[in-house]
Design a protein around this ligand. Structure first.
Ligand SMILES: [Fe+2]
Length: 339
C-alpha cells in the first residue's frame, strides 16, 4: 500500500541542500558530536539554519498531527564516502556519516527534544542500526532474520518517545520497514471500549533491565523498572479520546490483567487489523522518516544479512515533546539521557 494516506512528504531542492551544507560547514567535526548529549545543549540553535520551508513542514507535522509519518527526501549520501556498513555499533566510526547525523539532529531539534536511554548503545543520542552477527533472531534493530513484530517504541514506558526518526544510509536490498496507523483500524464499538480500559500490562523488555543491572545498578530507575516488570501498572491500549485515539502496544511483551479472554480477544483483533492496514516503506539512502509513536506501530520484515559491508544501515533517533515529564529517570550527566 502506498503511504500517501498516512504520510506527508518533503523533497529538498538542490538550493536547500546547499543551504544546509553551508550551515554544516560551521560545525567543527572534531568538537562535540551529535551522538553526544552535550551537542544539543551547545548547538541547539542549528535547527534555525534549516530552510524555513522545511522547518515549517516539520512543525506542521507536530502541531496539526495531520499524518502518522513524515518523510524528508534528498539529503545527499555518498555511498563511497560513508564507507562499508560497520560490523558493530560499538566500533563504528562516526566521522564518515557526520553530515547526515548533524542534518538528522537539526530536524530532531526542529521537531522537539531529542533524548535517549542510557541502556541503548551506551547512551549515544544517535544509534546505528544494521545487522549484527549473532543477533539474527533478536527482536531488536540488530536482528534480521526474525520478523520484528509491530510495536510502539518503548511501549512499556510512560516516558517513551513521541517520535521515532530513521535516516537511510544504505539499503541495497530495499528492506522494508512496516508501519500501521491506528487511524486506519476498524473496530466495533465493544472492542474499542475494551481496548480503552486499563486491562493490559506491558512489561519492560529484558534487554532494558539487563543493561541497567549491568551498568547502572545503583540508579533508582532500576528499582522502578524491576517494579514495572514484577508489578506492571494496568494500562489501556487505546487512549486520549474515542474519536481519534492514540495507541500503545507491544504484543510480545503484553498480557491481560488476570484471566480476561475478552481483553485477549480484543488485543488479537487489533493486531489483525494492524496487519491488515500495514504499509511497507523502504527508507532509501538520503531519506529521513519520522514516525509518530502515538499514532503508528512499526516493525520490519525479515531479511538475510551478509556482513560484507553492504547490509542495510540506518541512523536512529528518538524525540520527546517534553523531556521534563521523565525527570525522575534522568542520568546525572544529562537531562536528555534517561535510565
Ligand atoms: Fe522499534
Amino acid at each position: 500500500m502506498p503511504t500517501d494516506d498516512i504520510a506527508v512528504h518533503y523533497h529538498l531542492t538542490p538550493a536547500e541542500v546547499e543551504e544546509i551544507e553551508a550551515a554544516l560547514g560551521g560545525v567543527d567535526p572534531d568538537e562535540v558530536q551529535p551522538t553526544d548529549p552535550a551537542f544539543y545543549e551547545r548547538h541547539w540553535a542549528l535547527y534555525a539554519s534549516l530552510p524555513q520551508r522545511l522547518r515549517l513542514f516539520i512543525e506542521r507535522f507536530r502541531r496539526t498531527e495531520e499524518a502518522t509519518a513524515c518523510f524528508v527526501h534528498g539529503f545527499p549520501v555518498d555511498a563511497d564516502a560513508v564507507g562499508p556498513t560497520p560490523q558493530h555499533w560499538r566500533t563504528a566510526d562516526g566521522r564518515p556519516t557526520r553530515a547526515q547525523e548533524v542534518f538528522m539532529a537539526m530536524c530532531a531539534l526542529a521537531l522537539g527534544e531529542p533524548f535517549t536511554w542510557s541502556t541503548l548503545q551506551e547512551g549515544r543520542m544517535i544509534q546505528n542500526i544494521f545487522p549484527v552477527q549473532g543477533d539474527e533472531l533478536r527482536q531488536s534493530g540488530h536482528g534480521s532474520e526474525a520478523l520484528l513484530e509491530f510495536h510502539t517504541e518503548d511501549g512499556f514506558h510512560p516516558g517513551r518517545a513521541d517520535y521515532l526518526m530513521l535516516f537511510g544510509i544504505r539499503n541495497h536490498d530495499a528492506v522494508p520497514t512496516i508501519l500501521s496507523s491506528v487511524r486506519d483500524v476498524k473496530l466495533d464499538a465493544g472492542t474499542a471500549r475494551v481496548l480503552s480500559e486499563p486491562r493490559f500490562l506491558i512489561m519492560p523488555d529484558d534487554e532494558h533491565v539487563r543493561q541497567l543491572q549491568t551498568h547502572h545498578p545503583d540508579h533508582p530507575a532500576l528499582e522502578r523498572v524491576l517494579d514495572m516488570q514484577q508489578r506492571p501498572e494496568p494500562v489501556p491500549v487505546l487512549f486520549g479520546g474515542d474519536a481519534d485515539p492514540y495507541l500503545r502496544i507491544d504484543r510480545p511483551f503484553m498480557r491481560c490483567v488476570g484471566e480476561d479472554p475478552v481483553a485477549e480477544q480484543a488485543l488479537d483483533t487489533l493486531m489483525e487489523e494492524l496487519e491488515r492496514v500495514q504499509h511497507s516503506v523502504v527508507v532509501e539512502p538520503g531519506t529521513l522518516m519520522v514516525v509518530d509513536n502515538y499514532l503508528a506501530v512499526h516493525g520490519r520484515k525479515p531479511f538475510r544479512s551478509r556482513y560484507d559491508g553492504t547490509d542495510r544501515w540506518l541512523k536512529r533517533m528518538i524525540v520527546s515533546r517534553d523531556v521534563r515529564k521523565s525527570a525522575m529517570n534522568r542520568m546525572p550527566e544529562s537531562r536528555r539521557v534517561l535510565a
